[in-house]
Design a protein around this ligand. Structure first.
Ligand SMILES: [Fe+2]
Length: 328
Protein backbone atom coordinates (compact mmCIF):
# COMPACT_ATOMS: atom_id res chain seq x y z
CA UNK A 1 0.00 0.00 0.00
CA UNK A 2 1.38 3.35 -1.03
CA UNK A 3 1.38 6.42 1.20
CA UNK A 4 2.75 9.46 -0.60
CA UNK A 5 4.97 11.96 1.19
CA UNK A 6 5.52 9.91 4.27
CA UNK A 7 8.49 8.07 5.64
CA UNK A 8 8.35 4.73 7.36
CA UNK A 9 10.39 5.15 10.53
CA UNK A 10 12.00 2.42 12.58
CA UNK A 11 12.12 2.55 16.36
CA UNK A 12 13.94 0.08 18.59
CA UNK A 13 10.79 -0.68 20.59
CA UNK A 14 8.77 -1.89 17.59
CA UNK A 15 8.08 -5.57 16.99
CA UNK A 16 7.62 -7.43 13.77
CA UNK A 17 4.59 -9.69 13.69
CA UNK A 18 3.80 -11.75 10.59
CA UNK A 19 6.23 -9.63 8.63
CA UNK A 20 4.60 -6.35 9.60
CA UNK A 21 5.83 -3.63 11.88
CA UNK A 22 3.87 -3.23 15.10
CA UNK A 23 2.98 -0.49 15.24
CA UNK A 24 3.66 1.15 11.91
CA UNK A 25 5.56 4.41 12.55
CA UNK A 26 5.22 7.19 10.00
CA UNK A 27 6.95 10.53 9.67
CA UNK A 28 6.13 13.31 7.20
CA UNK A 29 8.19 13.85 4.08
CA UNK A 30 7.38 17.22 2.57
CA UNK A 31 3.77 18.30 2.37
CA UNK A 32 1.53 15.51 3.57
CA UNK A 33 -2.11 15.44 2.55
CA UNK A 34 -3.90 13.50 5.25
CA UNK A 35 -7.31 13.78 3.61
CA UNK A 36 -6.02 12.39 0.34
CA UNK A 37 -4.48 9.35 2.05
CA UNK A 38 -7.39 8.68 4.34
CA UNK A 39 -8.50 5.30 2.99
CA UNK A 40 -4.92 4.09 2.78
CA UNK A 41 -4.36 5.05 6.41
CA UNK A 42 -7.44 3.14 7.52
CA UNK A 43 -6.15 0.12 5.61
CA UNK A 44 -2.73 0.40 7.21
CA UNK A 45 -4.31 0.66 10.67
CA UNK A 46 -6.17 -2.57 9.98
CA UNK A 47 -3.06 -4.33 8.64
CA UNK A 48 -0.71 -3.19 11.40
CA UNK A 49 -3.19 -2.73 14.25
CA UNK A 50 -1.80 0.72 15.02
CA UNK A 51 0.01 3.67 13.48
CA UNK A 52 2.22 6.15 15.30
CA UNK A 53 2.37 9.49 13.46
CA UNK A 54 5.55 11.20 14.58
CA UNK A 55 6.66 14.68 13.53
CA UNK A 56 3.46 15.60 11.73
CA UNK A 57 2.04 19.09 11.99
CA UNK A 58 -0.26 18.54 14.96
CA UNK A 59 0.78 21.34 17.32
CA UNK A 60 -2.26 21.53 19.63
CA UNK A 61 -5.27 19.62 20.96
CA UNK A 62 -7.40 21.50 18.42
CA UNK A 63 -5.10 20.32 15.63
CA UNK A 64 -5.41 16.79 17.02
CA UNK A 65 -9.22 17.11 16.82
CA UNK A 66 -9.02 18.18 13.19
CA UNK A 67 -6.51 15.40 12.46
CA UNK A 68 -9.12 12.86 13.57
CA UNK A 69 -11.90 14.72 11.77
CA UNK A 70 -9.88 14.80 8.56
CA UNK A 71 -9.78 11.01 8.66
CA UNK A 72 -13.59 11.15 8.79
CA UNK A 73 -13.95 8.93 11.79
CA UNK A 74 -17.38 9.31 13.36
CA UNK A 75 -17.05 10.78 16.84
CA UNK A 76 -18.03 8.68 19.83
CA UNK A 77 -18.78 10.32 23.17
CA UNK A 78 -17.30 8.62 26.25
CA UNK A 79 -20.49 7.06 27.70
CA UNK A 80 -20.14 3.92 29.79
CA UNK A 81 -16.37 4.07 30.34
CA UNK A 82 -14.84 3.70 33.78
CA UNK A 83 -12.11 6.34 33.92
CA UNK A 84 -12.30 9.94 35.10
CA UNK A 85 -11.78 12.18 32.06
CA UNK A 86 -12.00 15.88 31.24
CA UNK A 87 -13.25 17.27 27.91
CA UNK A 88 -10.62 19.35 26.12
CA UNK A 89 -11.94 20.06 22.61
CA UNK A 90 -15.75 19.82 22.42
CA UNK A 91 -16.84 16.24 22.89
CA UNK A 92 -14.15 15.05 20.46
CA UNK A 93 -10.99 15.23 22.58
CA UNK A 94 -10.63 14.49 26.30
CA UNK A 95 -7.90 13.62 28.73
CA UNK A 96 -6.82 9.99 28.83
CA UNK A 97 -7.36 8.12 32.10
CA UNK A 98 -6.59 10.52 34.96
CA UNK A 99 -5.88 7.85 37.54
CA UNK A 100 -2.96 8.30 39.97
CA UNK A 101 0.46 8.50 38.22
CA UNK A 102 2.02 5.72 40.28
CA UNK A 103 -0.53 3.12 39.22
CA UNK A 104 -0.44 1.26 35.92
CA UNK A 105 -3.62 0.91 33.89
CA UNK A 106 -3.73 -2.74 32.74
CA UNK A 107 -4.35 -3.83 29.14
CA UNK A 108 -7.84 -3.45 27.78
CA UNK A 109 -9.79 -2.74 24.64
CA UNK A 110 -11.44 0.63 25.03
CA UNK A 111 -14.93 0.24 26.51
CA UNK A 112 -15.07 -3.48 25.80
CA UNK A 113 -17.68 -3.67 28.55
CA UNK A 114 -20.35 -1.82 26.54
CA UNK A 115 -22.39 -3.39 23.72
CA UNK A 116 -20.93 -1.14 21.01
CA UNK A 117 -17.34 -0.21 21.77
CA UNK A 118 -15.44 2.29 19.63
CA UNK A 119 -13.80 1.09 16.43
CA UNK A 120 -10.82 3.39 16.92
CA UNK A 121 -9.01 5.13 19.72
CA UNK A 122 -6.56 7.95 19.06
CA UNK A 123 -4.03 9.28 21.57
CA UNK A 124 -2.15 12.56 21.44
CA UNK A 125 1.13 13.40 23.16
CA UNK A 126 0.20 16.82 24.52
CA UNK A 127 2.69 16.78 27.36
CA UNK A 128 4.81 13.64 27.62
CA UNK A 129 6.17 12.70 31.01
CA UNK A 130 9.91 13.00 31.63
CA UNK A 131 9.84 9.42 32.85
CA UNK A 132 7.42 6.57 32.11
CA UNK A 133 3.85 7.11 31.04
CA UNK A 134 4.09 5.11 27.83
CA UNK A 135 0.91 3.66 26.32
CA UNK A 136 1.92 0.00 25.82
CA UNK A 137 0.03 -1.86 23.10
CA UNK A 138 -0.37 -5.56 22.33
CA UNK A 139 -2.00 -7.42 19.45
CA UNK A 140 -5.23 -9.08 20.41
CA UNK A 141 -4.89 -12.10 18.12
CA UNK A 142 -1.60 -13.00 19.83
CA UNK A 143 -3.31 -12.91 23.21
CA UNK A 144 -6.13 -15.08 21.89
CA UNK A 145 -3.65 -17.67 20.53
CA UNK A 146 -1.91 -17.83 23.90
CA UNK A 147 -5.25 -18.19 25.71
CA UNK A 148 -6.41 -21.01 23.43
CA UNK A 149 -3.13 -22.90 23.59
CA UNK A 150 -2.40 -22.56 27.29
CA UNK A 151 -5.91 -22.63 28.75
CA UNK A 152 -8.21 -24.23 26.15
CA UNK A 153 -10.97 -25.07 28.65
CA UNK A 154 -11.14 -21.58 30.08
CA UNK A 155 -10.87 -20.04 26.63
CA UNK A 156 -13.79 -22.11 25.35
CA UNK A 157 -15.90 -21.26 28.42
CA UNK A 158 -15.22 -17.55 27.96
CA UNK A 159 -16.08 -17.81 24.29
CA UNK A 160 -19.24 -19.85 24.88
CA UNK A 161 -20.68 -17.89 27.81
CA UNK A 162 -19.35 -14.37 27.31
CA UNK A 163 -18.52 -12.32 30.38
CA UNK A 164 -20.04 -9.77 32.73
CA UNK A 165 -18.31 -6.86 34.46
CA UNK A 166 -19.26 -5.80 37.95
CA UNK A 167 -18.36 -2.34 39.16
CA UNK A 168 -19.41 -0.07 42.00
CA UNK A 169 -19.45 3.58 40.94
CA UNK A 170 -19.46 6.62 43.22
CA UNK A 171 -21.96 9.45 42.90
CA UNK A 172 -19.16 12.00 42.42
CA UNK A 173 -15.98 11.46 40.36
CA UNK A 174 -13.14 10.02 42.44
CA UNK A 175 -9.85 10.89 40.70
CA UNK A 176 -7.89 8.85 43.26
CA UNK A 177 -9.15 5.71 41.49
CA UNK A 178 -8.50 4.50 37.94
CA UNK A 179 -12.15 3.41 37.84
CA UNK A 180 -13.45 6.33 39.88
CA UNK A 181 -15.80 7.76 37.31
CA UNK A 182 -19.13 8.60 38.90
CA UNK A 183 -22.36 7.05 37.68
CA UNK A 184 -23.53 10.54 36.78
CA UNK A 185 -20.55 11.05 34.47
CA UNK A 186 -20.53 7.46 33.24
CA UNK A 187 -24.10 7.66 32.03
CA UNK A 188 -24.08 11.44 31.49
CA UNK A 189 -27.13 12.00 33.69
CA UNK A 190 -28.08 14.03 36.77
CA UNK A 191 -30.64 11.77 38.43
CA UNK A 192 -31.11 8.16 39.42
CA UNK A 193 -34.17 7.88 37.20
CA UNK A 194 -32.18 8.95 34.14
CA UNK A 195 -29.29 6.63 35.10
CA UNK A 196 -31.73 3.74 35.28
CA UNK A 197 -33.10 4.59 31.84
CA UNK A 198 -29.59 4.46 30.33
CA UNK A 199 -28.74 1.22 32.16
CA UNK A 200 -31.96 -0.36 30.95
CA UNK A 201 -30.98 0.56 27.42
CA UNK A 202 -27.52 -0.96 27.91
CA UNK A 203 -28.95 -4.12 29.46
CA UNK A 204 -27.07 -3.35 32.69
CA UNK A 205 -28.51 -4.53 36.01
CA UNK A 206 -28.04 -2.35 39.07
CA UNK A 207 -28.32 -1.97 42.81
CA UNK A 208 -28.28 1.32 44.70
CA UNK A 209 -25.93 1.21 47.68
CA UNK A 210 -25.32 3.53 50.61
CA UNK A 211 -23.40 6.81 50.13
CA UNK A 212 -25.00 7.24 46.69
CA UNK A 213 -22.88 4.41 45.26
CA UNK A 214 -24.24 2.29 42.43
CA UNK A 215 -23.38 -1.35 41.81
CA UNK A 216 -23.68 -2.34 38.16
CA UNK A 217 -23.60 -5.71 36.44
CA UNK A 218 -23.26 -5.35 32.70
CA UNK A 219 -25.17 -7.35 30.16
CA UNK A 220 -23.26 -10.46 29.12
CA UNK A 221 -20.92 -9.35 26.36
CA UNK A 222 -18.83 -11.49 24.05
CA UNK A 223 -15.18 -11.71 25.10
CA UNK A 224 -13.84 -13.37 21.96
CA UNK A 225 -14.83 -11.65 18.75
CA UNK A 226 -14.27 -12.59 15.15
CA UNK A 227 -13.05 -9.57 13.25
CA UNK A 228 -15.49 -9.19 10.35
CA UNK A 229 -12.76 -7.86 8.07
CA UNK A 230 -10.32 -10.71 8.49
CA UNK A 231 -12.36 -13.53 10.02
CA UNK A 232 -9.69 -13.86 12.70
CA UNK A 233 -10.59 -14.36 16.36
CA UNK A 234 -9.62 -11.60 18.76
CA UNK A 235 -9.33 -11.50 22.55
CA UNK A 236 -11.75 -8.60 22.76
CA UNK A 237 -12.48 -7.77 26.37
CA UNK A 238 -11.18 -6.08 29.48
CA UNK A 239 -11.19 -9.10 31.78
CA UNK A 240 -7.51 -8.98 32.66
CA UNK A 241 -7.76 -5.24 33.32
CA UNK A 242 -10.79 -5.76 35.52
CA UNK A 243 -9.24 -8.67 37.40
CA UNK A 244 -5.90 -6.91 37.95
CA UNK A 245 -6.87 -3.27 38.09
CA UNK A 246 -10.44 -2.59 39.14
CA UNK A 247 -9.50 -1.97 42.71
CA UNK A 248 -10.44 0.92 44.96
CA UNK A 249 -12.35 1.62 48.15
CA UNK A 250 -15.57 0.37 46.54
CA UNK A 251 -14.35 -2.46 44.32
CA UNK A 252 -12.73 -5.88 44.76
CA UNK A 253 -11.02 -6.78 41.46
CA UNK A 254 -11.41 -10.51 42.13
CA UNK A 255 -15.16 -9.95 41.78
CA UNK A 256 -15.03 -7.50 38.88
CA UNK A 257 -15.44 -10.01 36.08
CA UNK A 258 -17.11 -13.41 35.69
CA UNK A 259 -18.53 -15.71 33.04
CA UNK A 260 -21.94 -14.93 31.59
CA UNK A 261 -23.37 -17.91 33.50
CA UNK A 262 -22.19 -16.38 36.79
CA UNK A 263 -19.23 -18.72 37.31
CA UNK A 264 -15.72 -17.47 38.08
CA UNK A 265 -13.03 -17.25 35.41
CA UNK A 266 -9.90 -19.33 36.07
CA UNK A 267 -7.60 -16.98 38.01
CA UNK A 268 -4.46 -18.82 36.82
CA UNK A 269 -5.40 -18.07 33.22
CA UNK A 270 -6.00 -14.39 33.99
CA UNK A 271 -2.63 -14.11 35.73
CA UNK A 272 -0.86 -15.89 32.85
CA UNK A 273 -2.48 -13.64 30.25
CA UNK A 274 -1.41 -10.61 32.24
CA UNK A 275 2.21 -11.80 32.06
CA UNK A 276 1.91 -12.67 28.35
CA UNK A 277 0.65 -9.17 27.55
CA UNK A 278 3.54 -7.55 29.40
CA UNK A 279 6.04 -9.74 27.55
CA UNK A 280 4.59 -9.18 24.06
CA UNK A 281 3.68 -5.51 24.24
CA UNK A 282 5.35 -2.53 22.64
CA UNK A 283 5.86 0.59 24.76
CA UNK A 284 7.21 3.56 22.83
CA UNK A 285 8.06 6.65 24.90
CA UNK A 286 5.81 9.58 23.97
CA UNK A 287 7.19 12.55 22.09
CA UNK A 288 5.36 15.84 22.02
CA UNK A 289 2.65 16.02 19.32
CA UNK A 290 2.76 12.28 18.56
CA UNK A 291 -0.55 10.84 17.37
CA UNK A 292 -1.19 7.16 18.00
CA UNK A 293 -4.07 5.62 16.06
CA UNK A 294 -5.25 2.21 17.25
CA UNK A 295 -7.76 -0.14 15.69
CA UNK A 296 -9.64 -0.89 18.89
CA UNK A 297 -10.82 -4.24 17.53
CA UNK A 298 -7.27 -5.51 17.03
CA UNK A 299 -5.12 -3.95 19.74
CA UNK A 300 -5.25 -3.69 23.53
CA UNK A 301 -3.68 -0.71 25.28
CA UNK A 302 -2.47 0.07 28.79
CA UNK A 303 -0.70 2.89 30.62
CA UNK A 304 2.60 2.73 32.43
CA UNK A 305 3.16 4.62 35.70
CA UNK A 306 4.83 7.99 35.23
CA UNK A 307 6.40 11.01 36.87
CA UNK A 308 4.08 14.02 36.54
CA UNK A 309 3.40 16.25 34.77
CA UNK A 310 2.01 14.32 31.83
CA UNK A 311 -0.99 14.98 29.65
CA UNK A 312 -2.01 12.49 26.99
CA UNK A 313 -5.30 13.20 25.21
CA UNK A 314 -7.67 10.76 23.58
CA UNK A 315 -10.43 10.66 21.00
CA UNK A 316 -12.83 7.83 20.24
CA UNK A 317 -14.16 6.88 16.83
CA UNK A 318 -17.35 4.93 16.38
CA UNK A 319 -16.53 3.85 12.86
CA UNK A 320 -15.01 5.14 9.71
CA UNK A 321 -17.55 6.99 7.63
CA UNK A 322 -18.11 5.68 4.11
CA UNK A 323 -15.22 6.17 1.80
CA UNK A 324 -15.11 9.18 -0.48
CA UNK A 325 -12.80 9.02 -3.45
CA UNK A 326 -9.42 7.85 -2.21
CA UNK A 327 -6.77 9.77 -4.05
CA UNK A 328 -3.80 7.96 -2.58
FE1 LIG B 1 -8.20 2.98 27.63
Amino acid sequence: MRLPNSLVLELPEQREVRGRAFPLVLGPDGSFDLAACRDTILGLARDHGGILFRGFDVPSPEAFASFVETLRIENMPYVGGAAVRTPIVGDRVFTANESPPGEPVPFHHEMAQVPEPPAYIFFYGDRPSVSGGETPIVLSHEVYSCFLEEFPGCCEAVEAHGIQYIRVMPEVDDPSSSIGRSWKATFQVDSRVDAEAVMRQLGTRWEWLEDGNLKTITATVPAIRRDPRTGEKQFFNSMVAAYKGWVDARNDPKKAVRLGNGEAIDATALEALYVFMREHCVAIPWEKNDVLMLDNGLVLHARNPFVPPRRILASLGKAAMPSAVDRS
